[in-house]
Ligand binder design. Sequence first.
Ligand code: SAM
Ligand code: SF4
Length: 329
Amino acid sequence: MVFLRDRFGRTVTNVRISVTDRCNFRCSYCMPEEGMQWLQKDKLLSFEEIARFVALVAPLGVHKIRLTGGEPLMRKELHRLIRMLRAIEGVDDIALTTNAFFLKEQARDLIDSGLHRINISLDSLDPRLFAEIARRDYFQQVWEGIEEVERLGLRPIKLNVVLIRGVNDHEIPRFAELARSRGFVVRFIEFMPIGKDDGWTMEKVVPTTEVLQRINAYAPLVPVTRLDHKTPADTYVFADGAGEIGFISSVSQPFCTDCDRVRITSDGKFRTCLFSLHETDLRAMLRGGASDQQIIASITDAIEKKEEGHLINRPGFVRPERTMSQIGG
Ligand code: SAM
Ligand code: SF4
């Protein structure tokens, strides 16, 4: 098999596909309350175009897919896309990252269509603080969505918590307790400078080492994967066996050296890093009559030039023009 390899020897096995830039939340670390410009519907890749892209990269070793956005469940009949991707030979892992607002009504269709795994964003367990962070009073709907996938038996259910110092870091023990009592995998994500008007400063980042200390003081953790940069999330379990916690240390301990992922935006721009300053316009090729070979050549060329790593908190750091919601988180 010919793999997609970059000049640093990393192999791409994983693609994050954004299906929309739109969102019904306004998380303060992600986008402003007003003024977001949404893409016109005809600019979005169709399900058929996405499936063609996946069918081209799957034989080259890309077997893991994550659907994201914006809010992916705002894309009509997302379960249809899951079914189409599921049918592509070589694809063996389809995951979804969602704010869960529409999950209760869609969970059954998503699972029946072949969804393997789910990550749900949940930044506070306090409905009032949740409403402040998301700028929407939707805690109840989100919680019902989480309980629905739990009831339907999808596992693991991962809960993503973006920690912001002085905002929600006092809830670390509550989230740890949730991981212990309910079997959700709680993943603490370091706040990154990738939102629009996100107010990011290094002081607001709660580094993984600190979160670990704070949880250890409450109940001791032991590593499953060590903090060795091999996977985005470093996983720990509680020493007494109850519960699992993940850490995504994008700022304090970047995992770029082992990065195995690429992204495609909802308008069909191929990106080799969340923080790339360069995109390859695959939509133009998909719609312009390009042959499979020409599209594969563009993808391999872009991957060959994949960045060594991001430069957050280093002098050369430049924010990409698009936000995480526009790129696909
Ligand atoms: N709307 C979906 C959701 O929130 O799960 C999917 C898209 S969202 C952009 C994907 C992930 O990016 C979420 O877990 C979100 O918390 C995270 N995210 C967004 N902005 C971030 C930032 N500035 N720093 C760290 N994580 C961020
Ligand atoms: Fe929407 Fe997700 Fe961004 Fe929150 S993090 S505003 S839910 S895209």
